[in-house]
Design a binder for this molecule. Structure first.
Ligand code: PTJ
Length: 230
């Protein structure tokens, strides 16, 4: 993360956000839990069933998991879209260069030409060909607002967030409570095991999924770790 910050990929605030995440990772035992594994397997199926899935990238993800993002984009397949909260065109250009140096082909972000209705923050600026017309968006390290607004637009949101209590975690349709450094690699593996696009569309894949119950299961892992029982 410090390297990513020095290279101008990560916002100052991104370092603080990372610290918030690490605190939860300690409480999860710094490992992928069973609820996270189940959510990852389902997320892979949803992404494969989507008509137009998009992988959203911010500074932290570009610093932590660039190779995994590019591999995931190829495996689904799906475009990458750089969408920053602390938006600057210069940082978007640096992140795009970093992703392309890892082999990314479609990277949206520069010259956004659409808006997420009702979202006034810089994250509201999106690409028509990317998040603007997506049916499924995979987000990591979010602030919550965009997840809510995308949902309202009928977009299905998959979130990666170490904090099961965060607004993003609670508002997403499907939340993977795991460290991005483990979750994206696991998603790549899971997507590769699904031979072709799933019939029936992403919503059908999610029938029966109780995201709140999954979050509660992650919170209960935290309680057990905190109580020193595991
Ligand atoms: O690059 P930008 O400009 O888009 O900046 C984005 C940041 C990360 C600064 C911004 O989105 C932010 O401040 O996020 P928050 O509100 O701190 O939310 C980040 C969430 O991600 C928190 O719930 C953290 O617990 C969680 N988190 C932090 N590090 C990780 C993580 N989740 C998974 N893996 C991590 N490594």
């Amino acid at each position: 993360m410090v390297d990513g910050w020095e290279r101008g990929l990560v916002a100052h605030q991104g370092l603080l956000a990372h610290g918030r995440g690490e605190a939860f990772d300690y409480l999860l035992g710094e490992r992928t839990t069973s609820p996270a594994r189940r959510a990852t397997r389902l997320a892979a199926r949803v992404l494969r069933a989507a008509r137009h899935p998009v992988i959203s990238v911010n500074g932290n993800l570009a610093a932590l998991v660039p190779e995994e993002l590019v591999a995931l984009a190829a495996a689904i397949p799906a475009p990458l879209e750089i969408n920053l909260f602390h938006r600057s065109e210069a940082r978007i250009a640096r992140i795009a260069r970093a992703l392309r140096s890892h082999g990314a082909s479609i990277v949206y972000g520069q010259g956004a030409d659409a808006r997420v209705p009702g979202l006034r923050s810089p994250r509201g600026r999106v690409h028509r060909a990317g998040i603007g017309t997506a049916d499924v968006v995979l987000v990591g390290l979010e602030d919550g607002d965009r997840t809510e607004k995308l949902r309202r637009q009928g977009v299905l949101v998959i979130a990666v967030d170490l904090n099961p209590l965060s607004r993003t975690a609670r508002r997403a349709h499907l939340t993977i409570v795991d460290n991005a450094t483990r979750a994206y690699a696991a998603l790549v593996e899971a997507v590769r095991t699904i031979p072709r696009r799933q019939a029936g569309g992403p919503r059908r894949v999610l029938i029966g999924w109780d995201n709140q119950a999954s979050l509660a299961a992650s919170a209960s892992v935290i309680r057990r770790v905190a109580a020193g029982l595991v």
